[in-house]
Design a protein around this ligand. Structure first.
Ligand SMILES: N[C@@H](CCC(=O)N[C@@H](CS)C(=O)NCC(=O)O)C(=O)O
Length: 234
């Protein structure tokens, strides 16, 4: 399997320095449907592995925002085989809504011959069976800001306008040193690389500690996207 940029994906782990590629399918599901994918209850299916921290973000957001009825959920086998994510937890090994055995089938429907990797979280358009997005950074931001008409009453604002600069700044550091740092450590090819990544994780946690000594949440006084992104990696 290969990564989003066509470089070897999982098969390359542990053999070269870990480098994360950009999500190839970055269409957005928005209130105004500008990418062709309007927010609509019951239309899309979130595909997640409970073993994946990036996908777990989407599980937490979906639940906190009360989107369970609007956005259905497919859970993959936590372990991939060489065909990537599979629906072996479901009867007959098929996702009951999409009717597919491998997430790659939704990727293939979207783009024939796409040479990159298959990753979760992914959002699939149920009527066409096509992948909409695997953009793990944007999926949760859009659940928070574009799916508001379907949020439960009293849902938290996970990305409040007034705090976005601070949230973005905290998330950038958390991404670099913690979210991605644990991958750099886990897939390090040498001791030095491992130690540098590990040191980065703990340095960032130390840096965040004073915030959490004086307040319950990383930014502001309610839960935000920043908390979800840190928590799911921890
Ligand atoms: N889509 C992003 C981030 C999401 C991600 O890394 N998900 C992992 C699971 S935690 C995945 O599905 N990896 C499959 C692979 O690398 O082949 C990427 O490809 O870097």
């Amino acid at each position: 399997m290969s990564g989003d940029d066509g470089t070897p994906g999982n098969s390359g782990y542990g053999r070269k320095a870990f480098k994360r590629s950009k999500s190839h399918f970055a269409d957005r599901i928005t209130a105004d449907g500008r990418d062709g994918w309007p927010v609509e209850a019951g239309r899309y299916r979130l595909v997640a592995s409970r073993a994946c921290p990036w996908a777990s973000r989407a599980l937490v957001s979906r639940r906190l925002l009360g989107l369970e009825d609007a956005l259905s959920l497919a859970i993959t086998d936590p372990i991939q085989d060489d065909r990537s994510w599979r629906f072996t937890l479901d009867p007959d090994g098929r996702d009951p809504v999409l009717g597919i055995r491998f997430l790659s089938e939704a990727y293939d429907k979207r783009e024939t011959g796409y040479p990159g990797g298959v990753s979760v979280p992914a959002v699939v358009d149920v009527p066409s069976g096509r992948l909409v997005t695997n953009d793990y950074q944007q999926i949760t931001l859009d659940l928070a800001t574009e799916w508001t008409s379907l949020h439960r009453p009293g849902a938290p604002d996970l990305y409040p306008h007034a705090l976005r600069d601070e949230i973005d700044e905290v998330m950038a550091g958390v991404y670099q040193d913690v979210n991605n740092g644990v991958y750099r450590a886990g897939f390090a090819t040498g001791q030095e690389e491992y130690e540098a990544a590990c040191a980065g994780v703990f340095r960032r946690l130390e840096q965040l500690t004073p915030r959490l000594e004086r307040q319950r949440y990383l930014v502001g006084d309610t839960i935000t996207e920043a908390d979800i992104r840190l928590f799911t990696t921890l």
